[in-house]
Design a protein around this ligand. Sequence first.
Ligand code: URP
Ligand code: ZN
Ligand code: ZN
Ligand code: ZN
Length: 469
Amino acid sequence: MSRVLVHGGEVVSTTGTTPTDVLVEDERIVALLAPGTADLFTVDERIDAAGCYVLPGGVDVHTHMEMPFGGTQASDTFETGTRAAAFGGTTTIVDFAVQRTGEDVEESLAAWHAKAEGNCAVDYGFHVILGGVDEASLKAMDTLVAHEGISSFKLFMAYPGVFKSDDGQILRAMQRATDNGATIMMHAENGTAIDVLVQQALAAGNTDPVWHGLTRPAALEGEATNRAIALAEVAGGTPLYIVHVSASQALERIAAARGEGRNVFAETCPQYLYLTLEDHLGAPGFEGAKYACSTPLRSKHEPHARDLWRGLRTDDLAVVSTDHCPFCFNDQKTLGRGDFSKIPNGLGLVEHRVDLVHQGVVDGNLSLQRWVETCATTPARMFGMYPKKGVVAPGSDADLVVYDPRATTTVSATTHHMNLDHSAFEGAVLQGQVRTVLSRGRTVVDRGQYLGAKGHGRYVRRGLSQYLR
Ligand code: URP
Ligand code: ZN
Ligand code: ZN
Ligand code: ZN
């Protein structure tokens, strides 16, 4: 048996901040101790957390490692992406296994297990993207919930011809989820209308990256969000989780549904809290391609970012995930030179989520407690991993982050660990720094040094959402 003591720090939880020493035996937390009392224990290693916060390891429930998309493949593998996650204080990811129309769901899942197994630095689970809702995939949903530790399925209202389900398919999948208890995750954008706007823009010769955002108006995110909420109601109250919320119009519908007591939940991502259509997607030349993601970055002349921060405070937005889906600028984003609709969609952020949300605490947008809640505790509960993940408590996995709030982090592609040739936050100086990271009791990162190993990360079998009302 190996005993580690993380001492002298302040444990941050959803309810407060308390000076506490954390005793770890092998892979688990075994005791929370009043400061000083821990010196009574013999331990193999002491980790000094004086002046630091001690957090539950971050849980990022929206990543796409090595996902085939947009004519190429996301540039982080499970190996590089989970290592980068560890550097950023994230010790669990939930990635998306993809079933395309006509493919067998269980075979698709097996293919994703094969990519991840033996390669991950931190623990990982899977959601399943249903690209084709039919009798066979509906049946597979039941099997995956009952036997495979998969309790959430993503559907798309966007990307016609690729992932999009029509309203009838969505309703059927939701009815199935109402029966088997799974959560439906929704990419809520009206893809049919967007495709018309895209064709019109291209026909008019508007090919620059900024048109990626201009052809995906906030109103069409609001409309699709509203429709998804209505379909979930008709399906009998299916737990519905709206992914990557970027628009005030979508948040408004979510808040209204939650006010009525519905099982409607949502996440946003750091890019929507900080980056804008004009300054980033609209950067000169082809630079903006770095910032093409869907839902898109929104206008700084509208109150989206302010509203999203408010949503995080009020819990109408329960989670911050990254939607990590990196594509290199030089050989991938360039597929869309001369045609914005061919830019592979996605940003690489898995390494910076914890720091970027902490910056929101520093800026007065969020409390310390909400930081931990939105980045670790709620995502773990929402996707059936609590209290194994998301909390510093006896019996929980010893996934811990020693976080120094006085140090700073400078974000740059020259120093980050993601397999990505640029950074959406290049040059940003963030207040706070991940100092030490434990994954199931093993120190995987310490003061910028990687001490983990590929294959340490294990598959997490998940239960149903623990966050229903
Ligand atoms: O631009 C994005 N979001 N890429 C990843 C796929 C998705 O829709 O989440
Ligand atoms: Zn001590
Ligand atoms: Zn999506
Ligand atoms: Zn995504």
